[in-house]
Design a protein around this ligand. Structure first.
Ligand SMILES: Nc1nc2c(c(=O)[nH]1)N[C@H]1C(S)=C(S)[C@@H](COP(=O)(O)O)O[C@H]1N2
Ligand SMILES: [Mo]
Length: 334
């Protein structure tokens, strides 16, 4: 990989006070997650960037390479996108569900506008995105966090975001500018962007070739990148170990790259299933599902939810990052 030298020595800081536990599923009460409750993931630490010195370089297979300042970018038309934002979990344990999920409003410049301004060469097929952060992850030396994105995914919803929930990005979320790829796992939304490079192939480097690659179910022995979010759901209410009376409204959140068209809820640990009511998707927002439940008999039981997306994919019961969420409860009937 080419050395990432144009920024000079970027100072890296710890994740600091922002290294906190994500909200548990039963805490996902707000439709829009406040920024102070949003997940923060940083493999290499948090670079503290000086916006006055910061620039975004756009080069590679383009007609007119450009270097943009923050005022240049802020002068372009912006748009807002509400989207779920989920971490794929540790790339070292890719099948362990973490359920680090929030729903936020991003504000920024559509990537498309910047690509149109530089003129993309017809030979280009990918956008490589470089973060300013560097360091060591899992014993691998990293010059810069780099991810790639196929050009055919670049629609108007992909943002060079400078705002989250109506405020400038805090350092932890990528100040001054980050990529946001709505509907894809968070790992693809490169923070602290310094460079976009158009290329005719996928990016080399540990975060595209070694980490964040899954076995490809359609091609035995091959891998595929951790891009699209598999269908998933969590039960928000009732909370784990709640005591349930005669009637309760079981509800939760469901999301995925493809719209969720069905959520089934089991109130007996996964033996029998009932269709919940699922609200349609707005933009890339998570979708609420609801099932009224009148428990028939008292005692301990486990609630389970499983989502199905428009492409027909269903959440697996175990063994995957999007495996079903289970909530043990006690039914008390007087
Ligand atoms: N430059 C850079 N971008 C990054 C990362 C990183 O370590 N470095 N982590 C990624 C991961 S794994 C996730 S889940 C999201 C998290 O974004 P957030 O911290 O703003 O919630 O950022 C992604 N972008
Ligand atoms: Mo992540």
């Amino acid at each position: 990989m080419t050395r990432h030298s144009f920024l000079g020595g970027v100072e890296m800081g710890p994740v600091g006070p922002y290294r906190r536990h994500p909200l548990a599923p039963h805490q996902l009460i707000a439709d829009l997650t406040p920024t102070e409750d949003a997940i923060v993931l940083a493999h290499l630490g948090v670079p503290r960037l000086d916006a006055e010195r910061w620039t975004l370089r756009v080069d590679g297979l383009v007609r007119q390479p450009r270097t943009l300042s923050l005022p240049d970018l802020l002068a372009l038309p912006t748009r807002e996108i509400t989207s779920f934002h989920e971490c794929a979990g540790s790339p070292l344990e890719p099948t362990v569900p973490q359920r680090r999920i929030v729903n936020v409003v991003w504000g920024g410049v559509p990537l498309r506008a910047v690509l149109d301004a530089v003129g993309v060469d017809p030979a280009a097929r990918y956008v490589w995105s470089y973060g300013a952060d560097h360091g060591t992850f899992a014993d691998v030396e990293v010059d810069a966090y780099v991810k790639d994105l196929p050009l055919d995914r670049v629609a108007d919803d992909i943002l060079l975001a400078h705002r989250i929930n109506d405020r400038p990005l805090p350092a932890e979320h990528g100040y001054p500018l980050r990529l946001v790829v709505p509907g894809w796992y968070g790992t693809n939304s490169v923070k602290w962007l310094t460079r976009l490079r158009l290329a005719d192939r996928r990016a080399p480097g540990p975060f595209t070739t070694r980490f964040y690659t899954d076995p490809d179910p359609e091609r035995p022995g091959a891998t595929r990148p951790v891009w699209e979010v598999a269908p998933e759901s969590v039960i928000v209410h009732p909370a784990p170990d709640a005591e349930i009376g005669d009637e309760v409204s079981v509800w939760g959140r469901a999301w995925g790259s493809a719209e969720i068209v069905d959520v089934e809820v089991s109130t007996d640990g996964g033996r029998n299933w009932q269709h919940a009511d699922v609200e349609p998707r707005r933009e890339w927002s998570w979708q609420r599902f609801t099932l009224p439940w009148r428990p028939g008999r008292p005692g301990r039981t486990t609630l389970v939810a499983r989502a199905r997306d428009a492409a027909g994919a269903v959440q697996p019961m175990t063994g995957a990052r999007n495996a079903v969420h289970r909530v043990p409860v006690t039914v008390i009937i007087s």
